[in-house]
Design a protein around this ligand. Structure first.
Ligand SMILES: [Zn+2]
Length: 126
């Protein structure tokens, strides 16, 4: 049997491949994603007579900001309240993507290692 056919008929490789395809398909369904972290804070305003300076319960906000790292520099976007839910979804989707890529990386490693093993076994037999 040719080595290509050996790979094709190997039960472990068949299993790894089906897992790989399943997860790859799932990635196609992921909506937009964005990394970083979302911070929520309340703050005082510029008005010196405002009650927010006297009592914490009058602080303005909450304000949300999204911090990401781009080429080692930190970037911050102030999130309009209308987009806070969407922002959280993007963040959640980024975690999903990251997790799936991690799984694909592991399976790819499994496939390659199995192929190496098959070739080694074949050489021992000869
Ligand atoms: Zn104020």
């Amino acid at each position: 049997m040719s080595i290509k056919n050996k790979f094709k008929n190997d039960k472990q490789i068949i299993f790894f491949w089906s897992e790989f395809k399943r997860i790859r398909k799932e990635i196609l369904n992921v909506n937009p994603f964005r990394n970083g972290s979302i911070l929520k804070r309340k703050q005082i305003c510029g008005n010196k007579n405002c009650r927010c300076r006297k009592d914490k319960k009058y602080l303005h906000g909450p304000y949300y900001s999204w911090t990401t790292k781009k080429l080692k520099k930190t970037q911050t976007i102030i999130i309009p309240p209308e987009l806070i839910n969407e922002a959280n979804e993007y963040l959640e989707n980024a975690k999903i993507i990251k997790n799936k890529i991690k799984q694909l990386t592991k399976i790819s490693d499994d496939i390659f290692r199995r192929k190496v093993e098959i070739i080694r076994n074949q050489k021992i037999k000869k």
